[in-house]
Design a protein around this ligand. Structure first.
Ligand code: ZN
Length: 207
């Protein structure tokens, strides 16, 4: 892959280990470079940072890194989106949650909608397991969740284009249709069944 990844903290392009920057703030190899993180970096959310961060134990960060990497590398469109997230002025954090639902937390909900853009926190449910499906029986995996939350909802929030509009054709929120379509880019790339529903309603996949 020709894609190059910009590390905004270190300030140079990385091409041989494209994912190495993403959890750098929490990687002890880099601690000396960050004074702002203090001694408890996991609890210091730096809203002015410029990066995508993986938060959790070392094992969890490795797991998240593997999943995000698979999604990001699956299709050039997703690679581009991820690089835009990394380069943006906002921080996007990815971590596990004990909650049963995976979510994207929006740091500033006004800015997520008014074009300013904002930081986000993606929480991946620990309860996602083998055989999980959506209402249309398409598989739900950590990777499809990352495509949905990080590469669509966080992306929209980062750009400030998160919309509450509902598509009258499908009665599904536009932002959820965008997220399902983003999932489908990944699904198609890796041969996973396409998702066609959100909340039990058929998504308008044409537009
Ligand atoms: Zn969603």
């Amino acid at each position: 892959m020709q894609a190059r990844y910009y590390d905004p903290v270190i300030g140079r392009f990385l091409s041989n280990d494209p994912m190495s920057f993403v959890d750098s703030k929490y990687d002890t190899r880099y601690f000396t470079r960050y004074s702002y993180a203090g001694n408890d970096p996991v609890n210091h959310f730096d809203p002015d940072g410029r990066k995508v961060e993986f938060v959790g134990t070392k094992a969890e960060r490795e797991k998240i890194r593997t999943v995000v990497s698979a999604v990001v590398k699956s299709d050039p469109k997703l690679t581009t989106r991820f690089n835009e997230l990394v380069r943006s002025e906002h921080t996007h954090r990815v971590e596990y949650t004990n909650g049963t639902v995976s979510t994207t937390g929006i740091v500033n909900s006004d800015n997520a909608r008014n074009g300013e853009g904002t930081s986000t926190v993606v929480k991946i449910s620990r309860s996602i397991g083998p055989g999980d499906t959506y209402s249309d029986d398409s598989p739900r995996t950590e990777a499809t969740v990352v495509a949905h939350e990080l590469l669509s909802h966080s992306y929209d929030a980062d750009k400030g284009v998160l919309s509450d509009d509902v598509n009258p054709k499908s009665d599904v929120k536009v932002r959820e249709e965008r997220a399902v379509k983003t999932e489908n880019i990944f699904r198609e790339a890796v041969g996973l069944e396409e998702r066609t529903e959100y909340g039990g309603k058929k998504v308008d996949l044409d537009e």
